[in-house]
Design a protein around this ligand. Structure first.
Ligand code: C2E
Ligand code: MG
Ligand code: MG
Ligand code: MG
Length: 291
């Protein structure tokens, strides 16, 4: 923003600039009331085991639909929420709603093993994240091991007491995933000290794995790294069978991506996966035992 100001100077009060500023303010003020106005929802994207196609978890992704602005993608709204401090309120809402949804699905007959929730740097650096998460788990009744918190490498590297915070979270029994792994600059020596459960290979490396030798090498290296450090590794952004086959061949048996399902509302996920669970059960019954 400073750069834009510098380049344009205040002499040229370009309409596009004033428009952007005004839009940003409008967005901020609409966002502040979005929760109470029931405009915020969660979408859930399946995470699967590639060979068995079993559901191993879901990631909760925030969605904002506003009458005036339409659908505002997270890439747009999260930065604004972070700048204004609204992220803490939003983050809490997401966390509570995600945990509640796990309990609801179970009552409706769908057992989702794990839910992943994204944490922003502002939520993380406040320092009381573990206490907050513990409260939410107690209130909703979700078992701690069924919650996984996702942070990016940069969140960890930019938080001074990250090690203590991660240890606190580990102590209450929730898992930690490093999101978009490979895009930040994490120090492996530092990573080794953290009680991390999962590495999520960034989707930029998955995109061209069948065609780009460098991306192939990176994906293989991250998978190996995860294995040797006893971490689970999941690939983001898997869109086709070719990518899935590559991952499986190289020992990465977990994936999330459009090939297995887009982020959908809770009811939709229930419909898709309860049906699938029924089918698995039926086909198991149809086969003679031991076949
Ligand atoms: P992320 O945590 O890396 O989430 C994965 C993103 O990749 C999601 O975008 C998802 O829709 C998209 N995606 C999944 N599979 C595929 C695929 O096969 N192909 C392609 N092209 N895309 C795929 P989304 O929902 O737009 O979210 C973007 C980012 O916004 C997230 O990236 C996360 O960093 C952030 N975000 C979303 N919800 C929350 C939240 O509740 N709190 C915080 N702090 N950040 C959030
Ligand atoms: Mg994520
Ligand atoms: Mg990610
Ligand atoms: Mg990503």
């Amino acid at each position: 923003q400073a750069k834009a100001r510098g380049r344009n100077g205040y002499r040229f009060y370009a309409p596009s600039m004033s428009g952007d500023g005004a839009l940003r303010l409008r967005l901020e003020s609409l966002l502040r009331r979005s929760i109470e106005k029931n405009e915020i929802r969660l979408a859930f994207q399946p995470q699967v085991e590639i060979d068995s196609k079993r559901l191993i978890g879901v990631e909760a992704l925030v969605r904002w639909h506003n009458a005036e602005l339409g659908e505002v993608p997270p890439a747009r709204l999260i930065p604004v929420a972070e700048d204004t401090g609204f992220i803490n309120q939003l983050g809490n809402w997401v966390l509570v709603e995600a945990c509640r949804q796990m309990v609801r699905w179970e009552q409706e007959g769908l057992y989702v093993p794990k839910i992943a929730v994204n944490l922003s740097v502002r939520q993380f650096e406040r320092g009381c994240i573990a206490a907050l998460v513990a409260d939410v788990l107690r209130e909703t009744g979700l078992e701690p091991r069924r919650l996984q918190l996702e942070v990016t490498e940069s969140v960890i590297m930019h938080t001074s007491d990250a090690l203590a915070l991660v240890n606190d979270l580990h102590a209450i029994g929730v898992g930690l995933a490093i999101d978009d792994f490979g895009t930040g600059y994490s120090s492996l020596a530092y990573l080794k000290q953290l009680p991390v459960e999962t590495l999520k290979i960034d989707r930029s490396f998955i995109k061209d794995i069948a065609a780009d030798a460098d991306d192939e090498a990176i994906v293989v290296a991250i998978t190996q790294l995860g294995k040797s450090m006893n971490l689970s590794v999941i690939a983001e952004g898997v869109e086709n069978e070719e990518q899935a086959a590559f991952l499986l061949r190289h020992g990465c048996n977990r994936a999330q991506g459009y090939l297995y399902g887009r982020p959908v509302p809770a009811a939709e996920l229930l419909k898709q996966w309860r049906q699938m669970a029924d089918e698995v059960e039926r086909s198991a019954q149809a086969e003679p035992a031991g076949a």
